[in-house]
Design a protein around this ligand. Structure first.
Ligand code: SF4
Length: 206
């Protein structure tokens, strides 16, 4: 759809508003790559239900390619010094960062962090940078406005479906669908106009 809009109208959106279904890593990565700000809630399953610290409680240190745990310790992908840098892990795709077993064993917060493991590990998903871009956007005022705009549009579709009965189309083919949606949208706009400019009240003659 973005490609078609670009080709037909030469429009390139600065931001794209959508719901969580579009908040997956590959989708966010695709958008960020094209310099489109994703105003989309991130689809994230890294939260923990047992009350222990989740990935969000660990700070990402991009410069040193590591996570820092709430106790200030480093979680790394690898600790070996590779004489040949080409042999070390590329950091591409899904990667795992681990704390040192000795550090975690002596940590006062181990019960809150990794009660059932020798040491804590964190999985970093592919497109995590793009996911972080979306998370940072979600903290802005502009994002709150975007979410309100999204609800406005969704309410119109809900109205089309539930009140105007467009759950199923009566006419067949793309032209039929186009005609039905055009008429329905016209009806919606007339309804809006009637609210903005209500008809003058007629006074009854005695
Ligand atoms: S258990 Fe390990 S990773 Fe977790 S807070 Fe303690 S030192 Fe950090």
């Amino acid at each position: 759809m973005l490609k078609r809009v670009k080709e037909k109208f030469d429009l390139h959106p600065e931001r794209l508003i959508a719901d969580t279904a579009y908040g997956t890593g590959p989708m966010l990565g695709w958008l960020v790559e094209r310099k489109i700000n994703p105003h989309i809630p991130v689809f994230d399953k890294s939260g923990r239900s047992n009350g222990t610290w989740s990935r969000a409680d660990f700070e990402w240190d991009a410069e040193n390619d590591q996570y820092i745990c709430p106790e200030g310790q480093e979680l790394k992908q690898f600790r070996r010094n590779y004489s040949d840098p080409n042999r070390r892990p590329t950091g591409q795709g899904r990667t795992k960062y681990r704390a040192l077993k000795l550090t975690c064993q002596a940590c006062p917060s181990k019960a809150k962090c990794c009660p059932n493991a020798d040491a804590r590990s964190i999985t970093r998903e592919e497109h995590e940078d793009a996911r972080q871009v979306a998370r940072d956007i979600a903290k802005t005022k502009q994002y709150d406005i975007s979410m309100k705009l999204r609800k406005k549009v969704e309410m119109l579709f809900a109205h089309l479906k539930r009140i105007l009965g467009l759950g199923r189309l009566r006419l067949r083919g793309p032209c039929g669908a186009n005609d039905e949606f055009l008429l329905a949208a016209t009806a919606q706009n007339l309804r809006k106009l009637a609210k903005i400019f209500p008809a003058p009240q007629q006074t009854r003659k005695a």
